[in-house]
Design a protein around this ligand. Structure first.
Ligand code: DQA
Length: 142
């Protein structure tokens, strides 16, 4: 099975940005973790990150031909990007949304996810572990 793991804006700044919220580890460490966990589950992963909405949409569309499922952390786009939501809906692939932080424990504007409305489910608040849980979920539901 082949899975696209898509991370949105500012996730390349992990280990630099708001360490109290997102932890000390870098984006590179996150990718290494995802690749290691995917291997254990016999999943082939493609990790992609962009700060640009259109590039995230292009990657979701690319998954249509090249992946069996999507794991996505759309960053702040989660809360207002109807364009990313439409892209996820369009490709009709099982998609799981992940957030490092518990978005429901934070500011009011983070409590709403427009993208999760077209996902199988959402994992929020478990840090890096959330991506492993999402990999396990895609392996079990696909
Ligand atoms: C985030 C939560 C979002 O609200 C925020 O804008 C992010 C990261 C998370 O992983 O916890 O950039 O998606």
């Amino acid at each position: 099975m082949r899975v696209y793991v898509i991370n949105g804006p500012n996730l390349n700044f992990l280990g630099i940005r708001e360490k109290d919220v997102y932890g000390e580890n870098s984006y590179e460490a996150l990718c290494n973790y995802i690749e290691k966990e995917a291997k254990k589950l016999n999943i082939e992963v493609e990790c992609f990150q962009s700060n640009i909405e259109g590039e995230i949409i292009n990657c979701v569309q690319d998954a249509y031909q090249n992946a069996d499922a999507i794991i996505i952390n759309p960053g702040a786009y989660t809360h207002y990007s109807y364009a990313i939501m439409d892209a996820i809906k369009s490709v009709n692939l099982k998609t799981i949304e992940v957030h490092l932080s518990n978005i429901y424990k934070r500011e009011e504007f983070r409590h709403k996810s427009v993208t999760a409305t077209v996902c199988v489910g959402q994992i929020s608040g478990f840090g890096f572990l959330g991506y492993k849980l999402a990999l396990e979920a895609v392996a079990m539901i696909n």
